[in-house]
Write a protein that binds this ligand. Structure first.
Ligand code: NAD
Length: 503
């Protein structure tokens, strides 16, 4: 049986519980390109049982953190050697332009692995504090246990790495559930994990659908759920975890704003927005799809944006000239088309793009990059996450109005401020209620910059020491040097400060 018909459970390729398969369909040709095993709830049970026993009885959580760092460094080296192959896989399965696949989908996760390893290498795993009540307090950081990590398809390897690697560095055992749209890169990651010496049971990877995700989140053997996906699904996950008092972190949707200040250069902004708003075909949680421009320079910014969009090559994702490939699925294409129709009905003015297939393209799940003007921030196209290449330009009167519009959203994940005056832009950026904001940067996603949302964009942080801490419990050990006096209140000893002893 080929590995694609098997599942990676507890560090072994095993036969699935059923013969069900997932069809992987090329978003460019709409042809079936692979069939992979579709996990069933029984497979989830096996994966959780393997993780449970690896965590409760295996060596991994008790290994010296520096040994775990060494294994992740080794994994990063194996990963690097196969980055080109991975870029091809991701373009094949989800249609990302090959140049973007090389830089963001393939290279960035390798950089992340190395950065996470350095963070763990320098992490203060234990410290001793002089107790305020006397004695010593040893504060330690212990792995939270069995982690269920659930990710979407839009940045498949990046999102898997963002959860799996810090969780492993923390000493956790992980059951990872990627999306059914992108199982090929999940298999690629499992093959790489096979090459390094992880103890049995520590990692399982089950690319599957929502039912698999639901079963995993509700599983009593799971200690923490780390979820990335839509706000609607995140809410369901949070409800289940709330009921079970299970730790949960949520990386959810966004509708971020790019605040273009009135001294910004239109060409520079337009170039930046092709990344900030349209990278990965707009299928990015950090996409800044509301472009806030000063009313008195509206025409200059809109003209620059229209011309930049018209210059984007849309088409075959394997062509190195392509900047916008197809959407991941027919469902996603239809969703974006529906929003373009909605924008027209709401009274926004379509300046470029639309629902028709791009010129010269007859099949594939393509959407023309689209720009709406005359958008009011209350319109649904300005409030709801479209997850496609659709930008809305919204005019503002002064800086306070721009900040008000940026914050007038249920989301708060990303954002940017554009101006040659860094001090002014930074001051505005601090007023934007969002987990991350870039200043003249399309987005803020450095591996040491804590990443995550406020409001409906989520709870918790990934990356950096804060991200590692999300997979750790803080525990305290109190060590007494004196003899406990049985006549004194409990815990009072000779080394307790005199004002507390009452001496
Ligand atoms: P989705 O919520 O439909 O699915 C995401 C993942 O969760 C998939 O693996 C899916 O199978 C699983 N899932 C869905 N419902 C579930 C449930 N009730 N219980 C358990 N698992 C469940 O999202 P999608 O359409 O695949 O991805 C796009 C969304 O992800 C967008 O909203 C985007 O903003 C968000 N996203 C957020 C971040 C971030 O870091 N904040 C990053 C990437 C994508």
């Amino acid at each position: 049986m080929s590995p694609r018909q098997q599942l990676y459970i507890g560090g072994h390729w095993v036969e699935p519980a059923t013969s069900a398969t997932i069809e992987v369909i090329s978003p460019h040709t709409e042809q079936v390109i692979a069939r992979v095993a579709d996990p069933a709830p029984d497979d989830v049970d096996r994966a959780v049982a393997a993780a449970r026993s690896a965590f409760d009885a295996g060596p991994w959580p008790r290994t010296d953190p520096q040994q775990r760092v060494a294994i992740i460094r080794e994994l990063a080296a194996c990963y690097r050697a196969r980055e080109d192959e991975l870029a091809q896989l991701i373009t094949t399965e989800m249609g990302a332009p090959i140049t973007f696949s090389h830089s963001a989908h393939a290279k960035l996760p390798g950089v992340m692995m190395r950065a996470f390893a350095e963070t763990a290498a320098g992490f203060r795993w234990q410290e001793t504090r002089t107790g305020f009540l006397g004695g010593d307090v040893v504060v330690g950081h212990e792995p939270v246990g069995v982690v269920a990590a659930i990710v979407p398809w839009n940045m498949p390897m990046f999102l898997m790495v963002a959860k799996l690697i810090p969780a492993l560095l923390a000493g956790c055992a992980v059951v990872l559930k990627p999306s059914p749209e992108t199982p090929l890169d999940a298999h690629h990651l499992a093959e790489l994990l096979d090459q390094v010496g992880l103890p049995p049971g520590v990692v399982s990877i089950l690319p599957g659908g929502r039912e698999v995700g639901r079963h995993l989140v509700a599983h009593p053997g799971v200690d923490k759920v780390s979820f990335t996906g839509s706000t609607a699904a995140g809410r369901q996950v949070a409800e289940v975890c709330g009921g079970a008092l299970r730790r949960v972190s949520l990386e959810l949707g966004g509708k971020s704003a790019a605040v273009v200040l009135d001294d910004a250069d239109p060409e520079a902004v337009a170039t930046g927005m092709m990344v900030a708003g349209l990278m990965n075909g707009g299928q990015a949680c950090v996409a800044q799809t509301r472009v806030l421009v000063p009313q008195h320079r509206w025409h200059e910014f809109v003209d620059a944006l229209v011309s930049a969009i018209e210059n984007l090559t849309v088409g075959d994702p394997f062509d190195p000239a392509t900047r916008i490939g197809p959407m991941v699925s027919r469902r996603q294409q239809q969703r974006v088309r529906d929003y373009i129709d909605l924008g027209r009905r709401e009274g926004a003015r379509l300046l470029v793009g639309g629902t028709e297939l791009p010129a010269g393209i007859e099949c594939g799940w393509y959407i023309r990059p689209t720009l709406f003007a005359d958008v009011n921030n209350a319109m649904r196209i300005a409030q709801e996450e479209i997850f496609g290449p659709v930008l809305s330009v919204i005019a503002y009167t002064d800086d306070d109005h721009a900040v008000h519009l940026a914050n007038d959203s249920e989301y708060g994940l990303s954002g940017s401020v554009w101006s040659p005056d860094i001090a002014r832009a930074t001051a505005i950026a601090r007023r934007v209620r969002s987990g991350t904001v870039g200043v003249n940067e399309p987005y803020s996603m450095d591996p040491v910059a804590p990443f995550g949302g406020v409001k409906n964009s989520g709870i918790g942080r990934e990356f950096g020491a804060e991200g590692l801490a999300g997979y750790l419990d803080t525990v305290s050990l109190s060590i007494r040097r004196g003899v406990v006096n049985s006549t004194a209140p409990q815990g009072i000893t000779a080394d307790t400060p005199s004002e507390i002893r009452g001496a």
